[in-house]
Design a protein around this ligand. Structure first.
Ligand code: ADP
Ligand code: ZN
Ligand code: ZN
Length: 710
């Protein structure tokens, strides 16, 4: 049932229904549409079951393989099965609409043996018969396209036994003109080719412009030729009309597109056609991972590290992880592409579980920018900019080139720093920095919950002025306007860019050089090229080094690579200036060389030392309530019920970073284990026990493999 309740519900019906069929049933006082997951079932003795009132589908909406996958996923994420099943359906089907199963028709033997003359004066019937004979198979859409009245003609042929329904064939790819793959691309292509028909994950590792998409396209063309289907998952921001047009043009087939902006009818159509095997390629964002495929041959996840693959509320699944599981269950290869893979994926690759395919070449007009690390502590800082960065900005402006000033602030709380001795508010109990919480006037550790009052001077050297690091875009912009009154400055953040249209307008202004300096928190998306942009300044990169979140380093590196990709083009070399209070940090060396693999090895060592994923497995229990003390009380009780397992480490009950949201007080509790299976079985018992805590007024949820600990 599509309700947030764990478990399934038993009903009676005179016939045995196939799993995957929707039914109307009484549920409490309501009538709801549910989905049959198992039939027949043995009801507990003495229980009188309520009856199914109507059967919605003739054929199952979900195949057994899909039901199996979704059950596994519901178990893994410990999310109610009903919500998972119905969450995997397009909204229209959830509401009880019928799928648009595509139909197709062909001539019977009798129809094929028919002589032209036998149609006599039935001219239109004869030409329709000729058309069907010539085409061999016509889909219902084809029939409709042939003109008015063709449906009636088809009916006549069917009634006379001259035509029959048959299974639809996917549209044939028209041959296209492939680019000749470079050697490295060809090697990657061949490696995947060799594993078609078997489960094997691949990491296709290469920067933007290194030719990953060309490798996907070549593989997809092969699979279409084998009449197999391909699912391509892309991040929210990567699914542009240009991408779809490129796929369409190169593959010569209609692409099924699934994303949050599609109309309800469109989603049902693509979903149904994919399920019927009528669409060869589906390109979609996160939720497209659930699209049914009749004859899958390959899954591609582009930019596999992208955070948008993780659903951040409700059913908190990770589409990339489910895609890998799906490939495994279907026995097909999966290609994960990225310039900056998630450390989880990279570890699988270097430990040999995934096959690592490298595309070391960059596009012809892309050179690595010069990277410079500037010490914020040594140089005077004015309005967030060191003298070096300010000088560089002025240089570019005098050469009529453009500048991007980038603030890496997403999801980070400010940290406290002494400009004199560089005391950095460490936690006494953890290898972590304390963050500033102005509302309560305290410093707090995000790992252990330790709190202490905000000091008024440096506890180490008694310097009287401590800095709060983590400046806002607005302050940077104002200071810059003051110092460079002639420069045209634009700020990109949630306050200034309120719509897609506003963003497009801004991009246009940058391209037509109506703007000299961009100040922004948000990254300019992949694929936006600004030839005149030759300098990128990173105002403060330290949150990425001493981030309060375990994934901060990984995000920092991905951002640096993206940022570096924005700076400079052929003939106009770019420069990236990174400001930091910790120029000696060991991550700077690989970062400054944009050497992902060297970075990843160090970062993985850090994760190993601190016991964070991928070297451990986490689940985060979140609770929220309108009364301030309720979430904490609930989580303390939950912690009490969870203790005693040798394989599970339970953290402290902590207020969430945004401790109050929309009137709700929020808190969280982290459970960590070295073994995934131990965490899983412990979660099952624990979550059952949680139901026994009296918790009226508390909303709670579990996040398995949380993307961040906020
Ligand atoms: P990525 O997906 O890694 O960002 P693309 O596959 O989009 O890279 O390639 C970047 C550009 O280089 C595209 O314009 C593409 O058409 C071109 N390209 C890639 N591989 C080749 C090749 N082997 N020959 C010619 N052009 C190529
Ligand atoms: Zn000091
Ligand atoms: Zn601590």
């Amino acid at each position: 049932m599509p309700v947030p309740l764990r478990g399934t519900f038993d009903y009676q019906h005179p016939d045995i229904l196939a799993p995957g069929v929707r039914v109307r049933v009484p549920f409490g006082a309501r009538a709801l549409t549910g989905l049959v997951v198992e039939a027949p079932v043995e009801p507990p003795a003495g229980l009188v079951l309520r009856a199914i009132t109507a059967v919605v589908d003739k054929e199952p909406l979900l195949s057994l393989e899909q039901l199996d996958l979704l059950r596994f996923v519901a178990d893994y994420y410990h999310h109610p099965l009903g919500e998972v099943l119905f969450g995997a359906l397009p909204a229209g089907l959830k509401k009880g609409q019928l799928p648009h199963w595509p139909k197709a028709y062909r001539l019977t033997e009798k129809g094929l043996a028919q002589e032209t003359g036998t149609f006599g004066r039935a001219q239109r019937l004869r030409s329709f018969w000729e058309r069907l004979k010539e085409a061999q198979i016509l889909s219902d859409t084809d029939v409709k396209m042939l003109g008015r009245g063709t449906k009636a003609l088809l009916k006549t042929l069917l009634a006379q036994g001259l035509a029959e329904e048959c299974s639809p064939v996917p549209c044939q790819a028209t041959p296209f003109d492939p680019v000749i793959l470079r050697m490295d691309q060809h090697a990657a292509y061949e490696a995947v080719q060799a594993m078609l028909g078997q489960f094997q994950p691949f990491l296709l590792f290469g920067v933007t412009g290194s030719g990953k998409t060309e490798v996907y396209l070549q593989l997809i063309a092969d699979l279409l030729a084998r009449q197999q289907q391909v699912l391509v998952l892309v991040p929210e921001i990567g699914l542009t009309p240009q991408l779809v047009a490129r796929f369409q043009a190169r593959l010569g087939v209609t692409i099924g597109v699934l994303h949050s902006g599609c109309s309800e009818g469109e989603r049902v159509r693509v979903w149904s056609q994919a399920a019927a095997g009528h669409i060869g390629v589906v390109v979609g964002t996160r939720s497209a991972v659930f699209v049914p495929l009749k004859n899958p041959g390959l899954i591609v996840v582009d930019e596999e590290h992208d955070g948008s693959f993780k659903q951040q509320d409700g059913f908190r699944y990770h589409a990339r992880d489910i895609a890998v599981l799906r490939a495994q269950k279907a026995g097909i290869p999966i290609v994960l592409g990225s310039a900056t893979p998630s450390l989880e994926t990279y570890r699988h690759a270097i430990e040999g579980r995934y096959d690592l395919l490298r595309l070391p070449q960059r596009g012809p007009d892309r050179a690595l920018p010069r990277m410079r690390i500037v010490d914020l502590g040594r140089e005077g800082v004015q309005g967030g900019l060191t003298a070096s960065l300010f000088q560089a900005v002025r240089d570019r402006l005098s050469r009529r080139e453009q500048v991007l000033l980038f603030l890496n602030r997403r999801g980070y709380a400010p940290v406290l720093l002494c400009p004199e001795c560089r005391w950095h508010a460490p936690c006494d109990r953890c290898d972590a920095r304390l963050t500033v919480h102005l509302a309560k006037h305290v410093l707090r550790c995000h790992h252990c919950g330790h709190e202490r009052p905000l000091p008024s001077m440096c506890p180490q050297c008694q310097h009287p002025r401590l800095l709060r690091v983590g400046e806002g875009t607005q302050r940077i912009e104002e200071a810059l306007r003051h110092r460079l009154p002639e420069a045209r400055i634009a700020r990109i953040d949630r306050d200034t860019v309120t719509s897609r249209l506003a963003f497009e307008k801004l991009l246009h202004q940058v391209r037509s050089h109506e703007i000299d300096v961009l100040v922004g928190t948000q990254m300019l998306a992949k694929g936006h090229d600004f030839p005149e942009l030759t300098l990128v300044g990173v105002i403060n990169a330290d949150q990425g080094l001493h981030g309060t979140d375990f994934r901060a380093d990984e995000l920092l590196f991905a951002q640096m690579v993206q940022v570096a990709g924005r700076a400079g083009r052929a003939g106009k070399p770019g420069e990236v200036i990174i400001q930091t209070y910790h120029p000696d940090h060991r991550l700077w060396d690989p970062l400054a060389r944009l050497d992902y693999e060297a970075f990843a090895k160090l970062a993985l060592q850090d994760r190993k030392d601190t016991g964070f994923p991928p070297y451990s497995h986490c689940a985060l229990l979140r609770a929220e309530a309108l009364k301030p003390d309720l979430p904490g009380r609930f989580l303390e009780a939950a912690k009490g019920l969870g203790q005693g397992s040798p394989h599970i480490l339970l953290g402290s009950v902590l207020p969430a970073t945004l401790s109050r949201r929309a009137g709700y007080y929020r808190a969280q509790l982290l459970a960590t284990s070295l073994k995934r299976s131990a965490l899983q079985s412990w979660l099952t018992t624990w979550l059952e026990r949680l139901a026994t805590i009296p918790a009226s007024g508390v909303r709670w949820s579990i996040d398995v493999d949380p993307h961040s600990l906020f």
